[in-house]
Design a protein around this ligand. Structure first.
Ligand code: FAD
Ligand code: NAI
Length: 459
Protein backbone atom coordinates (compact mmCIF):
# COMPACT_ATOMS: atom_id res chain seq x y z
CA UNK A 1 0.00 0.00 0.00
CA UNK A 2 1.31 3.45 -0.95
CA UNK A 3 0.44 6.74 0.76
CA UNK A 4 -0.73 8.29 -2.52
CA UNK A 5 -1.80 6.87 -5.84
CA UNK A 6 -2.10 9.42 -8.62
CA UNK A 7 -4.15 8.55 -11.72
CA UNK A 8 -2.85 10.58 -14.67
CA UNK A 9 0.73 11.76 -15.29
CA UNK A 10 -0.04 15.19 -16.81
CA UNK A 11 1.20 18.45 -15.24
CA UNK A 12 -1.37 18.14 -12.46
CA UNK A 13 -0.60 14.52 -11.64
CA UNK A 14 3.17 14.42 -12.09
CA UNK A 15 3.75 17.64 -10.13
CA UNK A 16 1.50 16.37 -7.31
CA UNK A 17 3.45 13.10 -7.31
CA UNK A 18 6.82 14.87 -7.08
CA UNK A 19 5.66 17.27 -4.36
CA UNK A 20 4.15 14.40 -2.35
CA UNK A 21 7.45 12.48 -2.62
CA UNK A 22 9.36 15.60 -1.52
CA UNK A 23 7.10 15.69 1.54
CA UNK A 24 8.03 12.11 2.41
CA UNK A 25 4.99 10.20 1.09
CA UNK A 26 5.31 6.94 -0.83
CA UNK A 27 3.82 7.57 -4.27
CA UNK A 28 2.69 5.61 -7.33
CA UNK A 29 1.36 7.09 -10.55
CA UNK A 30 -0.81 5.31 -13.12
CA UNK A 31 -1.04 6.57 -16.70
CA UNK A 32 -2.37 4.79 -19.73
CA UNK A 33 0.60 6.00 -21.80
CA UNK A 34 4.17 4.76 -21.66
CA UNK A 35 5.32 8.38 -21.94
CA UNK A 36 4.85 10.60 -18.91
CA UNK A 37 3.63 14.19 -19.19
CA UNK A 38 -0.04 13.91 -20.16
CA UNK A 39 -1.78 16.04 -22.75
CA UNK A 40 0.50 19.00 -22.05
CA UNK A 41 3.85 17.38 -22.79
CA UNK A 42 2.77 14.82 -25.39
CA UNK A 43 0.03 16.49 -27.47
CA UNK A 44 -0.54 19.96 -26.05
CA UNK A 45 1.55 22.80 -24.64
CA UNK A 46 5.00 21.57 -25.61
CA UNK A 47 4.56 20.30 -29.19
CA UNK A 48 2.33 23.27 -30.08
CA UNK A 49 4.94 25.73 -28.82
CA UNK A 50 7.68 23.91 -30.76
CA UNK A 51 5.69 24.26 -34.00
CA UNK A 52 4.74 27.87 -33.23
CA UNK A 53 8.44 28.68 -32.84
CA UNK A 54 9.56 26.89 -36.01
CA UNK A 55 6.79 28.31 -38.19
CA UNK A 56 7.42 31.82 -36.84
CA UNK A 57 11.13 31.51 -37.67
CA UNK A 58 10.18 30.64 -41.25
CA UNK A 59 7.77 33.57 -41.50
CA UNK A 60 10.33 35.92 -40.00
CA UNK A 61 13.05 34.81 -42.41
CA UNK A 62 10.69 35.31 -45.31
CA UNK A 63 9.03 38.55 -44.30
CA UNK A 64 10.88 40.38 -41.54
CA UNK A 65 14.63 39.88 -41.78
CA UNK A 66 14.92 42.24 -44.77
CA UNK A 67 13.71 45.08 -42.49
CA UNK A 68 16.87 44.50 -40.42
CA UNK A 69 19.04 44.64 -43.53
CA UNK A 70 19.50 40.88 -43.50
CA UNK A 71 19.09 39.52 -46.98
CA UNK A 72 17.92 35.96 -47.35
CA UNK A 73 16.64 34.56 -50.58
CA UNK A 74 14.95 31.33 -51.51
CA UNK A 75 13.64 30.66 -48.02
CA UNK A 76 11.89 27.29 -47.84
CA UNK A 77 11.03 24.86 -45.08
CA UNK A 78 11.17 21.14 -44.50
CA UNK A 79 7.96 20.08 -42.75
CA UNK A 80 9.30 16.65 -41.85
CA UNK A 81 12.32 18.26 -40.15
CA UNK A 82 10.04 20.65 -38.26
CA UNK A 83 7.99 17.68 -37.03
CA UNK A 84 11.14 15.78 -36.05
CA UNK A 85 12.35 18.75 -34.03
CA UNK A 86 8.95 18.97 -32.35
CA UNK A 87 9.19 15.27 -31.40
CA UNK A 88 12.71 15.79 -30.06
CA UNK A 89 11.53 18.71 -27.92
CA UNK A 90 8.70 16.55 -26.55
CA UNK A 91 11.11 13.69 -25.87
CA UNK A 92 13.57 15.89 -24.00
CA UNK A 93 10.73 16.96 -21.72
CA UNK A 94 9.19 13.54 -21.17
CA UNK A 95 12.61 11.92 -20.63
CA UNK A 96 13.20 14.57 -18.00
CA UNK A 97 10.12 13.30 -16.19
CA UNK A 98 11.38 9.71 -16.23
CA UNK A 99 14.49 10.98 -14.48
CA UNK A 100 12.44 12.96 -11.92
CA UNK A 101 10.20 9.97 -11.18
CA UNK A 102 13.29 7.80 -10.60
CA UNK A 103 14.92 10.44 -8.43
CA UNK A 104 11.84 10.65 -6.23
CA UNK A 105 11.17 6.89 -6.26
CA UNK A 106 7.75 7.34 -7.81
CA UNK A 107 6.56 4.08 -9.30
CA UNK A 108 4.99 4.46 -12.77
CA UNK A 109 2.32 1.90 -13.69
CA UNK A 110 1.29 1.91 -17.32
CA UNK A 111 -2.37 1.12 -17.88
CA UNK A 112 -5.87 2.50 -17.45
CA UNK A 113 -6.82 3.07 -13.86
CA UNK A 114 -10.30 2.24 -12.66
CA UNK A 115 -11.60 2.94 -9.16
CA UNK A 116 -12.99 -0.16 -7.51
CA UNK A 117 -13.46 1.09 -3.95
CA UNK A 118 -12.01 3.89 -1.82
CA UNK A 119 -8.31 3.09 -1.67
CA UNK A 120 -8.46 0.48 -4.45
CA UNK A 121 -7.60 0.96 -8.12
CA UNK A 122 -7.43 -1.68 -10.82
CA UNK A 123 -4.82 -1.01 -13.49
CA UNK A 124 -5.79 -2.48 -16.84
CA UNK A 125 -2.74 -3.18 -18.94
CA UNK A 126 -2.23 -5.34 -22.05
CA UNK A 127 -0.17 -7.79 -19.99
CA UNK A 128 -2.97 -8.19 -17.44
CA UNK A 129 -4.77 -6.37 -14.66
CA UNK A 130 -3.27 -5.53 -11.33
CA UNK A 131 -4.82 -4.07 -8.18
CA UNK A 132 -3.17 -1.24 -6.28
CA UNK A 133 -3.98 -0.03 -2.80
CA UNK A 134 -3.41 3.44 -1.47
CA UNK A 135 -4.25 5.52 1.59
CA UNK A 136 -5.30 8.34 -0.72
CA UNK A 137 -6.15 8.50 -4.42
CA UNK A 138 -5.70 11.61 -6.56
CA UNK A 139 -7.56 11.77 -9.89
CA UNK A 140 -5.65 13.87 -12.45
CA UNK A 141 -7.02 12.36 -15.64
CA UNK A 142 -7.22 15.68 -17.50
CA UNK A 143 -9.39 16.37 -20.51
CA UNK A 144 -10.01 15.43 -24.12
CA UNK A 145 -11.28 17.43 -27.11
CA UNK A 146 -14.99 18.24 -27.19
CA UNK A 147 -16.94 17.70 -30.37
CA UNK A 148 -20.19 18.99 -31.79
CA UNK A 149 -23.28 17.13 -32.89
CA UNK A 150 -23.12 16.55 -36.64
CA UNK A 151 -19.34 16.47 -36.78
CA UNK A 152 -17.74 13.16 -37.46
CA UNK A 153 -14.11 13.33 -36.37
CA UNK A 154 -12.29 10.77 -38.52
CA UNK A 155 -8.85 11.62 -37.16
CA UNK A 156 -7.56 12.38 -40.61
CA UNK A 157 -9.43 14.98 -42.63
CA UNK A 158 -11.61 16.08 -39.74
CA UNK A 159 -9.56 16.05 -36.58
CA UNK A 160 -8.64 17.73 -33.33
CA UNK A 161 -5.51 19.46 -32.06
CA UNK A 162 -3.78 16.09 -31.86
CA UNK A 163 -3.94 15.64 -35.65
CA UNK A 164 -3.23 19.34 -36.32
CA UNK A 165 0.09 18.94 -34.49
CA UNK A 166 1.17 16.35 -37.03
CA UNK A 167 -0.32 17.03 -40.49
CA UNK A 168 2.07 15.36 -42.95
CA UNK A 169 1.59 18.11 -45.54
CA UNK A 170 0.44 21.72 -45.42
CA UNK A 171 -3.30 21.81 -46.14
CA UNK A 172 -4.36 24.03 -48.98
CA UNK A 173 -7.43 25.12 -47.05
CA UNK A 174 -7.78 24.51 -43.32
CA UNK A 175 -11.09 25.27 -41.65
CA UNK A 176 -10.77 25.81 -37.92
CA UNK A 177 -13.96 25.48 -35.91
CA UNK A 178 -13.68 27.70 -32.83
CA UNK A 179 -11.69 30.94 -32.41
CA UNK A 180 -10.39 29.95 -28.97
CA UNK A 181 -6.79 29.41 -27.92
CA UNK A 182 -6.20 26.15 -29.79
CA UNK A 183 -7.85 27.44 -32.97
CA UNK A 184 -5.68 30.55 -33.05
CA UNK A 185 -2.38 28.96 -32.04
CA UNK A 186 -2.61 26.07 -34.48
CA UNK A 187 -4.42 28.16 -37.12
CA UNK A 188 -1.41 30.53 -36.96
CA UNK A 189 1.08 27.67 -37.41
CA UNK A 190 -0.54 26.44 -40.62
CA UNK A 191 -1.24 29.96 -41.92
CA UNK A 192 2.47 30.78 -41.57
CA UNK A 193 3.36 27.61 -43.46
CA UNK A 194 1.14 28.61 -46.37
CA UNK A 195 -2.35 27.22 -45.72
CA UNK A 196 -5.43 29.33 -46.34
CA UNK A 197 -7.04 29.33 -42.89
CA UNK A 198 -10.70 30.10 -42.23
CA UNK A 199 -11.72 30.32 -38.58
CA UNK A 200 -15.43 29.85 -37.95
CA UNK A 201 -16.63 31.10 -34.58
CA UNK A 202 -20.08 30.91 -33.05
CA UNK A 203 -19.69 34.14 -31.04
CA UNK A 204 -19.31 37.66 -32.47
CA UNK A 205 -15.76 37.84 -31.12
CA UNK A 206 -12.60 35.78 -30.91
CA UNK A 207 -10.93 34.49 -27.70
CA UNK A 208 -14.04 34.81 -25.53
CA UNK A 209 -12.21 34.34 -22.23
CA UNK A 210 -9.88 37.30 -22.79
CA UNK A 211 -10.39 41.05 -22.36
CA UNK A 212 -12.52 42.34 -25.26
CA UNK A 213 -10.30 45.30 -26.22
CA UNK A 214 -7.22 43.08 -26.40
CA UNK A 215 -9.05 40.32 -28.33
CA UNK A 216 -10.36 42.93 -30.76
CA UNK A 217 -6.84 44.19 -31.43
CA UNK A 218 -5.69 40.59 -31.86
CA UNK A 219 -8.37 39.96 -34.46
CA UNK A 220 -7.17 42.94 -36.53
CA UNK A 221 -3.56 41.73 -36.35
CA UNK A 222 -4.41 38.09 -37.19
CA UNK A 223 -6.56 39.27 -40.11
CA UNK A 224 -3.55 41.23 -41.44
CA UNK A 225 -1.49 38.05 -41.08
CA UNK A 226 -3.92 36.27 -43.40
CA UNK A 227 -6.43 34.47 -41.15
CA UNK A 228 -10.05 34.78 -42.30
CA UNK A 229 -12.66 35.03 -39.57
CA UNK A 230 -16.31 34.07 -39.92
CA UNK A 231 -17.75 35.31 -36.64
CA UNK A 232 -21.33 34.83 -35.44
CA UNK A 233 -21.34 31.58 -37.43
CA UNK A 234 -22.60 28.36 -35.90
CA UNK A 235 -21.15 25.20 -37.40
CA UNK A 236 -23.90 22.61 -37.71
CA UNK A 237 -21.92 19.73 -39.14
CA UNK A 238 -18.84 18.50 -40.95
CA UNK A 239 -18.37 15.42 -43.09
CA UNK A 240 -16.05 14.09 -45.77
CA UNK A 241 -17.16 13.95 -49.42
CA UNK A 242 -14.81 12.66 -52.13
CA UNK A 243 -11.78 13.06 -49.88
CA UNK A 244 -12.60 16.69 -48.95
CA UNK A 245 -14.33 18.11 -45.91
CA UNK A 246 -17.63 19.92 -46.13
CA UNK A 247 -18.41 22.17 -43.17
CA UNK A 248 -21.98 23.33 -42.85
CA UNK A 249 -22.70 26.65 -41.17
CA UNK A 250 -26.16 27.82 -40.04
CA UNK A 251 -27.60 30.46 -42.40
CA UNK A 252 -24.73 30.51 -44.90
CA UNK A 253 -22.99 28.50 -47.58
CA UNK A 254 -21.01 25.39 -46.71
CA UNK A 255 -17.21 25.63 -46.57
CA UNK A 256 -14.97 23.17 -48.40
CA UNK A 257 -11.59 22.27 -46.99
CA UNK A 258 -8.90 19.64 -47.13
CA UNK A 259 -8.54 19.60 -43.34
CA UNK A 260 -10.79 20.61 -40.48
CA UNK A 261 -9.55 21.35 -36.98
CA UNK A 262 -12.31 21.02 -34.41
CA UNK A 263 -11.31 23.30 -31.52
CA UNK A 264 -14.50 23.98 -29.60
CA UNK A 265 -13.21 23.33 -26.10
CA UNK A 266 -12.27 20.31 -24.03
CA UNK A 267 -14.20 18.04 -21.70
CA UNK A 268 -13.07 16.19 -18.57
CA UNK A 269 -11.58 12.77 -19.18
CA UNK A 270 -13.44 10.53 -16.76
CA UNK A 271 -14.78 7.79 -19.01
CA UNK A 272 -14.13 4.29 -17.70
CA UNK A 273 -12.60 5.65 -14.52
CA UNK A 274 -15.16 3.91 -12.35
CA UNK A 275 -16.46 7.07 -10.65
CA UNK A 276 -19.90 5.51 -10.30
CA UNK A 277 -18.38 2.38 -8.67
CA UNK A 278 -17.37 4.46 -5.67
CA UNK A 279 -19.92 7.30 -5.83
CA UNK A 280 -17.68 10.20 -6.93
CA UNK A 281 -20.03 13.00 -8.03
CA UNK A 282 -19.68 14.96 -11.27
CA UNK A 283 -21.52 18.14 -12.32
CA UNK A 284 -23.67 18.62 -15.45
CA UNK A 285 -20.56 19.22 -17.59
CA UNK A 286 -19.01 15.99 -16.35
CA UNK A 287 -16.46 17.81 -14.15
CA UNK A 288 -15.57 16.09 -10.89
CA UNK A 289 -17.00 18.02 -7.95
CA UNK A 290 -14.43 18.83 -5.23
CA UNK A 291 -14.34 20.85 -2.01
CA UNK A 292 -11.79 23.51 -1.03
CA UNK A 293 -9.21 20.78 -0.39
CA UNK A 294 -9.85 19.04 -3.71
CA UNK A 295 -11.58 16.15 -1.98
CA UNK A 296 -14.37 14.58 -4.04
CA UNK A 297 -17.70 13.46 -2.64
CA UNK A 298 -15.86 10.32 -1.41
CA UNK A 299 -13.45 10.61 1.54
CA UNK A 300 -9.86 9.83 0.56
CA UNK A 301 -10.41 10.43 -3.18
CA UNK A 302 -9.22 13.79 -4.51
CA UNK A 303 -9.24 15.42 -7.97
CA UNK A 304 -7.38 18.30 -9.65
CA UNK A 305 -6.59 19.84 -13.05
CA UNK A 306 -8.68 19.69 -16.21
CA UNK A 307 -10.84 16.95 -14.67
CA UNK A 308 -12.40 19.48 -12.26
CA UNK A 309 -13.91 22.95 -12.90
CA UNK A 310 -11.91 26.12 -13.66
CA UNK A 311 -9.54 27.12 -16.44
CA UNK A 312 -7.94 24.26 -18.35
CA UNK A 313 -4.33 25.33 -17.96
CA UNK A 314 -1.23 23.31 -17.17
CA UNK A 315 0.05 25.67 -14.49
CA UNK A 316 -3.37 25.78 -12.80
CA UNK A 317 -3.35 21.97 -12.66
CA UNK A 318 0.16 22.12 -11.15
CA UNK A 319 -0.83 24.61 -8.45
CA UNK A 320 -3.86 22.49 -7.56
CA UNK A 321 -1.72 19.36 -7.31
CA UNK A 322 0.72 21.11 -4.97
CA UNK A 323 -2.01 22.63 -2.78
CA UNK A 324 -3.81 19.30 -2.56
CA UNK A 325 -0.82 17.23 -1.39
CA UNK A 326 0.59 19.97 0.87
CA UNK A 327 -2.73 19.93 2.73
CA UNK A 328 -2.33 16.15 3.29
CA UNK A 329 0.91 16.70 5.15
CA UNK A 330 0.86 20.25 6.49
CA UNK A 331 -2.89 20.68 6.87
CA UNK A 332 -2.92 23.68 4.55
CA UNK A 333 -2.81 24.26 0.80
CA UNK A 334 -4.00 27.19 -1.24
CA UNK A 335 -4.33 28.31 -4.87
CA UNK A 336 -4.74 32.02 -5.59
CA UNK A 337 -6.98 31.62 -8.65
CA UNK A 338 -7.14 35.37 -9.18
CA UNK A 339 -3.46 35.61 -9.99
CA UNK A 340 -3.19 32.70 -12.43
CA UNK A 341 -2.05 34.05 -15.79
CA UNK A 342 -3.13 32.86 -19.24
CA UNK A 343 -1.05 33.18 -22.40
CA UNK A 344 -1.88 32.73 -26.08
CA UNK A 345 1.36 31.97 -27.94
CA UNK A 346 0.52 33.60 -31.25
CA UNK A 347 2.68 36.35 -32.74
CA UNK A 348 2.32 38.71 -31.06
CA UNK A 349 1.47 36.90 -27.85
CA UNK A 350 -1.53 37.70 -25.70
CA UNK A 351 -1.37 37.44 -21.94
CA UNK A 352 -3.66 38.26 -19.08
CA UNK A 353 -4.11 37.92 -15.35
CA UNK A 354 -6.99 38.96 -13.12
CA UNK A 355 -10.26 40.53 -14.18
CA UNK A 356 -11.14 41.77 -17.65
CA UNK A 357 -12.83 45.15 -18.16
CA UNK A 358 -16.05 43.33 -19.02
CA UNK A 359 -15.95 41.41 -15.71
CA UNK A 360 -15.30 44.57 -13.68
CA UNK A 361 -18.18 46.39 -15.39
CA UNK A 362 -20.51 43.48 -14.84
CA UNK A 363 -19.60 43.30 -11.16
CA UNK A 364 -20.07 47.09 -10.80
CA UNK A 365 -16.48 47.55 -9.59
CA UNK A 366 -15.08 51.06 -10.18
CA UNK A 367 -11.64 51.03 -11.74
CA UNK A 368 -9.00 53.23 -13.37
CA UNK A 369 -7.27 52.13 -16.52
CA UNK A 370 -3.77 52.74 -17.83
CA UNK A 371 -2.80 51.79 -21.38
CA UNK A 372 0.62 52.01 -23.01
CA UNK A 373 1.43 51.06 -26.62
CA UNK A 374 4.47 49.02 -27.64
CA UNK A 375 4.89 51.63 -30.39
CA UNK A 376 6.29 54.07 -27.81
CA UNK A 377 8.79 51.61 -26.27
CA UNK A 378 12.44 51.86 -27.32
CA UNK A 379 13.18 48.13 -27.12
CA UNK A 380 10.06 47.27 -29.15
CA UNK A 381 11.26 49.67 -31.85
CA UNK A 382 14.75 48.11 -31.79
CA UNK A 383 13.22 44.64 -32.10
CA UNK A 384 10.94 45.84 -34.88
CA UNK A 385 7.96 44.51 -32.92
CA UNK A 386 5.83 47.54 -32.17
CA UNK A 387 2.37 46.04 -32.45
CA UNK A 388 0.27 45.85 -29.30
CA UNK A 389 -0.26 47.42 -25.91
CA UNK A 390 -0.46 46.73 -22.20
CA UNK A 391 -3.45 47.65 -20.09
CA UNK A 392 -3.60 47.80 -16.30
CA UNK A 393 -6.90 47.96 -14.46
CA UNK A 394 -6.71 49.20 -10.85
CA UNK A 395 -9.41 49.70 -8.21
CA UNK A 396 -10.61 53.32 -8.26
CA UNK A 397 -10.50 53.72 -4.46
CA UNK A 398 -7.47 51.67 -3.44
CA UNK A 399 -5.38 51.51 -6.66
CA UNK A 400 -4.96 47.74 -6.10
CA UNK A 401 -4.26 46.01 -9.42
CA UNK A 402 -7.33 44.03 -10.50
CA UNK A 403 -6.33 42.93 -13.97
CA UNK A 404 -3.47 43.18 -16.49
CA UNK A 405 -3.92 42.47 -20.19
CA UNK A 406 -1.18 42.54 -22.79
CA UNK A 407 -0.95 41.98 -26.50
CA UNK A 408 2.54 42.35 -27.90
CA UNK A 409 5.97 40.78 -28.23
CA UNK A 410 6.87 38.46 -25.33
CA UNK A 411 3.59 39.25 -23.52
CA UNK A 412 3.77 35.74 -22.07
CA UNK A 413 7.02 36.59 -20.29
CA UNK A 414 5.90 40.08 -19.22
CA UNK A 415 2.76 38.78 -17.54
CA UNK A 416 4.85 37.07 -14.83
CA UNK A 417 5.58 40.46 -13.25
CA UNK A 418 1.87 41.28 -13.24
CA UNK A 419 0.98 37.90 -11.72
CA UNK A 420 3.52 38.38 -8.92
CA UNK A 421 2.26 41.94 -8.35
CA UNK A 422 -1.30 40.67 -8.05
CA UNK A 423 -0.31 37.78 -5.80
CA UNK A 424 1.27 40.31 -3.44
CA UNK A 425 -1.73 42.66 -3.61
CA UNK A 426 0.29 45.40 -5.34
CA UNK A 427 -1.11 48.77 -6.42
CA UNK A 428 -0.46 50.24 -9.84
CA UNK A 429 1.70 52.80 -7.99
CA UNK A 430 3.90 49.91 -6.72
CA UNK A 431 4.57 48.77 -10.31
CA UNK A 432 5.09 52.35 -11.47
CA UNK A 433 7.67 53.08 -8.73
CA UNK A 434 9.69 49.88 -9.26
CA UNK A 435 12.73 50.36 -11.47
CA UNK A 436 12.47 48.53 -14.79
CA UNK A 437 15.67 48.04 -16.79
CA UNK A 438 16.05 50.18 -19.89
CA UNK A 439 15.56 49.41 -22.69
CA UNK A 440 13.24 46.46 -22.04
CA UNK A 441 9.75 45.50 -23.04
CA UNK A 442 8.94 45.40 -19.31
CA UNK A 443 8.94 49.20 -19.42
CA UNK A 444 5.64 48.91 -21.32
CA UNK A 445 4.14 47.58 -18.08
CA UNK A 446 5.73 50.31 -15.95
CA UNK A 447 4.40 52.97 -18.34
CA UNK A 448 0.91 51.40 -18.33
CA UNK A 449 1.05 51.59 -14.50
CA UNK A 450 2.04 55.26 -14.72
CA UNK A 451 -0.78 55.78 -17.22
CA UNK A 452 -3.31 54.60 -14.60
CA UNK A 453 -2.54 57.90 -12.87
CA UNK A 454 -2.37 59.83 -16.16
CA UNK A 455 1.42 60.25 -15.98
CA UNK A 456 2.99 57.97 -18.57
CA UNK A 457 6.39 59.48 -19.39
CA UNK A 458 6.91 58.48 -23.00
CA UNK A 459 3.47 59.24 -24.40
P1 FAD B 1 -3.60 15.94 -18.69
O1 FAD B 1 -2.38 16.69 -19.09
O2 FAD B 1 -4.69 15.81 -19.69
O3 FAD B 1 -3.09 14.49 -18.23
C1 FAD B 1 -3.96 13.47 -17.88
C2 FAD B 1 -3.30 12.14 -18.15
O4 FAD B 1 -4.11 11.11 -17.59
C3 FAD B 1 -3.18 11.79 -19.62
O5 FAD B 1 -1.91 11.26 -19.89
C4 FAD B 1 -4.26 10.73 -19.84
O6 FAD B 1 -3.96 9.87 -20.92
C5 FAD B 1 -4.23 10.04 -18.51
N1 FAD B 1 -5.44 9.31 -18.16
C6 FAD B 1 -6.74 9.69 -18.32
N2 FAD B 1 -7.58 8.75 -17.83
C7 FAD B 1 -6.81 7.76 -17.35
C8 FAD B 1 -7.08 6.54 -16.69
N3 FAD B 1 -8.33 6.14 -16.43
N4 FAD B 1 -6.04 5.75 -16.34
C9 FAD B 1 -4.76 6.13 -16.60
N5 FAD B 1 -4.45 7.28 -17.20
C10 FAD B 1 -5.45 8.10 -17.56
N6 FAD B 1 -2.08 24.79 -21.16
C11 FAD B 1 -1.21 25.75 -20.80
O7 FAD B 1 -1.20 26.13 -19.62
N7 FAD B 1 -0.34 26.30 -21.70
C12 FAD B 1 -0.32 25.94 -22.99
O8 FAD B 1 0.49 26.46 -23.78
C13 FAD B 1 -1.23 24.92 -23.42
N8 FAD B 1 -1.24 24.51 -24.69
C14 FAD B 1 -2.11 23.51 -25.08
C15 FAD B 1 -2.11 23.11 -26.41
C16 FAD B 1 -2.97 22.12 -26.83
C17 FAD B 1 -2.97 21.70 -28.28
C18 FAD B 1 -3.82 21.48 -25.88
C19 FAD B 1 -4.72 20.36 -26.30
C20 FAD B 1 -3.83 21.88 -24.56
C21 FAD B 1 -2.97 22.91 -24.14
N9 FAD B 1 -2.96 23.36 -22.82
C22 FAD B 1 -2.10 24.36 -22.45
C23 FAD B 1 -3.85 22.79 -21.79
C24 FAD B 1 -3.06 21.78 -20.93
O9 FAD B 1 -2.54 20.77 -21.77
C25 FAD B 1 -3.98 21.17 -19.88
O10 FAD B 1 -4.59 22.18 -19.12
C26 FAD B 1 -3.16 20.28 -18.95
O11 FAD B 1 -2.50 19.26 -19.67
C27 FAD B 1 -4.05 19.66 -17.87
O12 FAD B 1 -3.27 18.86 -17.04
P2 FAD B 1 -3.86 17.60 -16.26
O13 FAD B 1 -2.73 17.09 -15.46
O14 FAD B 1 -5.11 18.00 -15.58
O15 FAD B 1 -4.27 16.54 -17.38
P1 NAI C 1 -11.78 27.43 -26.14
O1 NAI C 1 -12.82 27.27 -25.12
O2 NAI C 1 -10.62 28.33 -25.88
O3 NAI C 1 -12.45 27.95 -27.51
C1 NAI C 1 -13.50 27.27 -28.15
C2 NAI C 1 -14.21 28.21 -29.10
O4 NAI C 1 -15.11 27.47 -29.90
C3 NAI C 1 -15.02 29.29 -28.38
O5 NAI C 1 -14.65 30.55 -28.89
C4 NAI C 1 -16.45 28.90 -28.71
O6 NAI C 1 -17.32 30.02 -28.77
C5 NAI C 1 -16.30 28.23 -30.08
N1 NAI C 1 -17.41 27.35 -30.48
C6 NAI C 1 -18.12 26.49 -29.69
N2 NAI C 1 -19.09 25.87 -30.41
C7 NAI C 1 -18.99 26.34 -31.69
C8 NAI C 1 -19.72 26.10 -32.93
N3 NAI C 1 -20.75 25.25 -32.98
N4 NAI C 1 -19.34 26.73 -34.04
C9 NAI C 1 -18.30 27.61 -34.00
N5 NAI C 1 -17.60 27.89 -32.87
C10 NAI C 1 -17.94 27.26 -31.74
O7 NAI C 1 -11.30 25.95 -26.48
P2 NAI C 1 -10.06 25.36 -27.29
O8 NAI C 1 -9.45 26.40 -28.16
O9 NAI C 1 -10.53 24.10 -27.87
O10 NAI C 1 -9.03 25.04 -26.12
C11 NAI C 1 -9.37 24.13 -25.07
C12 NAI C 1 -8.64 24.47 -23.82
O11 NAI C 1 -7.27 24.18 -23.93
C13 NAI C 1 -8.76 25.93 -23.48
O12 NAI C 1 -9.74 26.06 -22.46
C14 NAI C 1 -7.43 26.33 -22.95
O13 NAI C 1 -7.50 26.56 -21.58
C15 NAI C 1 -6.52 25.14 -23.22
N6 NAI C 1 -5.39 25.61 -24.04
C16 NAI C 1 -4.54 26.53 -23.52
C17 NAI C 1 -3.51 27.03 -24.29
C18 NAI C 1 -2.62 28.06 -23.70
O14 NAI C 1 -2.65 28.25 -22.49
N7 NAI C 1 -1.80 28.73 -24.49
C19 NAI C 1 -3.28 26.59 -25.65
C20 NAI C 1 -4.27 25.65 -26.12
C21 NAI C 1 -5.26 25.17 -25.31
Amino acid sequence: MVDLLVIGAGPGGYVAAIRAAQLGLTVACVDEHATLGGTCLRIGCIPSKALLESSEKYREAKEDLAKHGVKVTGVTFDLAAMMQRKEAVVKANTDGLNYLFKKHRIRHYQGRGELRAPGKVVVQAPEGNSELEAKRILIATGSKPASLPGIKVDGEIIGTSTEALSYPTVPEHLVVIGAGIIGLELGSVWNRLGAKVTVVEYLERILPTLDGEIANEAQKIFTKQGLTFRLGSRVTGAHVENGKAVVTVAGSEALHADRVLVAVGRVPNTEGLGLANVGVKVDQQGRIVVDGRYQTSVAGIYAIGDAIGGAMLAHEAEEEGIACVEAFVGGYGHVDYNSIPAVVYTEPELASVGKTEEQLKEAGIRYRKGVFPYQANGRARALGQTEGKAKILAAAETDRVLGVHIIGARAGDLIAEAAVAMAFGASSEDIARASHAHPTLAEVLKEAALAVDGRALHL
